[in-house]
Design a protein around this ligand. Structure first.
Ligand code: NDP
Length: 475
């Protein structure tokens, strides 16, 4: 069990002055220590409604041709009852359970037992054993980066089956979509609950645990920073990338196969969604080592938010466009298709270039060129839990001089492109852009709050130099 965590945490909460005059203090940066009523209300809302939202979306497609308003209208008009909707929803099946167990087992094997060989022959790819960022307790974890390899092997198996072995139909995911939802939920809740119990009884690093004393907050936002089983099985890296993100492209392929089966062709909108989201997924795995330095891995603790979110929310709601196109096969005119492709590619370019600029800047400690010039930056410092002082730099050149989160802006442009590919007949495919806007705006504010706690006055100097968050001159 974690050694008297509450006692230690209250000790750590005492602010200590840092030499730059900032208000940063030991253990203050990272997830919150105290829960205000608004956070608690939001968490209770999400814990209750997020699973229902996923169910509602999937149900709308399954029974109402992806009309989001129809189930609610039918209920309000008395044309149907909740019990009827529930009774007509496909239940968990042995077949879905078997598919899901095989799927997760395959991903565990590829993650934990197949060391990366891609970095040995793909030029420029960073894989194999890599180090993560410094944790609040001052630890530096090692990770086996082999996501690209897992993605390639999984997709080779998928295509080998589709074109050669024919063990199962490529529409298998679509055909079992709702029974698989129950399996994903079981795993999502099981892993989040296990992570909570583990944090109390056998944490990987007790100094990197945060206990707020509020059960719901701790369950949702996590207690352990980097829960692991053994030396290498890292919960955050595994659940963040696989099974959810490896599945993303397979789910889209299954939707395309279903279109082929139902209509005898795959529409250009389905191809666009497959290609644009495929680029995003491949980008994730190509840059998996870089993702070790992103907020999910180096700031968030592992709780229901990541555990359930990666198992259920991501595979079910990030793939809504493809699901919608199975029910509504949109064939875009050439101008619209090209316009959407350009929007998606420009968004992707901004997203990648912005992320790359920060990565290059941080890796070289500022000794690099950004847009052909030496980057400008603000020097800053912070303390870890054990009181060690660290120095860092915040870049103010390139896209990071335009706005503090221009990478999110590019991400949002790409997200809008996926939605536009579905036309304007229904609002369901637009959920993604609404959700991403909320997620990334909230993330922006959350990150800035954390950065202020971490860097204090240095952060204020940075925001004075780069005053906008997402869109220069506007927000
Ligand atoms: P960022 O990559 O923007 O990382 C933010 C961190 O970078 C800050 O906490 C700070 O960390 C550091 N930083 C901030 N400003 C500067 C600067 N000017 N110079 C140098 N370092 C700086 O955020 P995320 O980790 O959230 O996102 C990574 C990518 O993942 C984004 O492109 C985002 O769009 C994408 N994403 C996608 C999601 C999806 O669901 N599709 C969800 C979340 C993210 P430090 O403490 O090191 O200073």
């Amino acid at each position: 069990m974690a050694a008297a965590p509450e006692k230690r945490s209250s000790e750590e909460r005492k602010p200590k002055r840092v030499s730059n005059g900032a208000q940063a203090s030991q253990g203050q940066w990272g997830r919150a220590w105290e829960v205000d009523w608004f956070s608690l209300a939001s968490i209770l809302f999400l814990l209750t409604f997020a699973p229902l939202i996923v169910y509602y979306f999937v149900l709308s497609c399954h029974q109402y041709q992806c009309s989001l308003t129809s189930p609610l209208a039918e209920l309000l008009l008395g044309n149907t009852r909740l019990s009827h909707l529930w009774d007509t929803t496909p239940a968990l099946t042995h077949k879905a359970a078997a598919i899901y167990v095989l799927w997760v087992t395959l991903q565990v094997i590829l993650y934990a037992f197949v060391p990366d060989f891609c970095h040995k022959f793909i030029p420029g790819y960073v894989g194999g054993v890599q180090e993560g960022a410094v944790t609040p307790a001052g630890a530096v974890n090692k990770y086996e980066i082999n996501g690209l390899q897992a993605w390639i092997i999984t997709h080779v198996l998928w295509f080998a089956n589709a074109y050669y072995f024919h063990w199962f139909s490529p529409t298998i995911i679509f055909d079992n979509w709702i029974p698989l939802l129950w399996c994903a939920n079981i795993l999502g809740y099981a892993v989040s609950t296990f992570a909570m119990i583990k944090a109390y009884f056998f944490p990987t690093n007790a100094r990197d645990c945060k206990f707020t004393g509020n059960f719901f907050y701790d369950y949702m936002m996590g207690i352990e920073f980097n829960p692991r089983i053994g030396k290498w099985f890292d919960f955050k890296l595994f659940f963040n990338g696989r099974p959810g993100i490896v599945a993303w492209t397979l789910i889209n392929l299954s939707y395309a196969a279903k279109q082929q089966e139902l209509y005898g062709q795959v529409t250009n909108s389905m191809i666009l969604v497959n290609v644009l989201q495929g680029i995003y997924v491949l980008d994730y795995f190509w840059n998996e080592a870089w993702y070790l330095k992103t907020i999910d891995i180096c700031h968030d603790h592992f709780g229901w938010y990541l555990g359930w979110g990666d198992c259920v929310w991501l595979p079910y709601l990030y793939t809504l466009q493809g699901l919608y196109l199975v029910y509504h096969p949109v064939q875009l005119g050439t101008t619209n298709a090209v316009g959407i492709l350009i929007l998606g590619l420009v968004g992707y370019y901004i997203f990648r270039a912005t992320n790359h600029q920060k990565d290059l800047f941080r890796r070289t400690d500022g000794n690099c060129k950004i847009w052909g010039k030496k980057p400008e930056y603000i020097e800053c410092s912070y303390l870890s839990v054990d009181g060690t002082k660290y120095y860092s730099k915040l870049m103010t050149s390139g896209f990071w001089g335009w706005a503090r989160h221009f990478n999110y802006t590019g991400d949002l442009m790409g997200s809008l492109a996926y939605c536009l590919a579905c036309g304007f007949a229904h609002i369901l495919p637009y959920f993604y852009i609404v959700y991403m806007t909320i997620l990334l705006t909230h993330r922006c504010i959350r990150d800035e709050h954390r950065c202020f706690s971490k860097y204090g006055e240095d952060w204020k100097r940075y925001t004075a130099k780069v005053p906008y968050r997402l869109i220069p001159g506007i927000f």
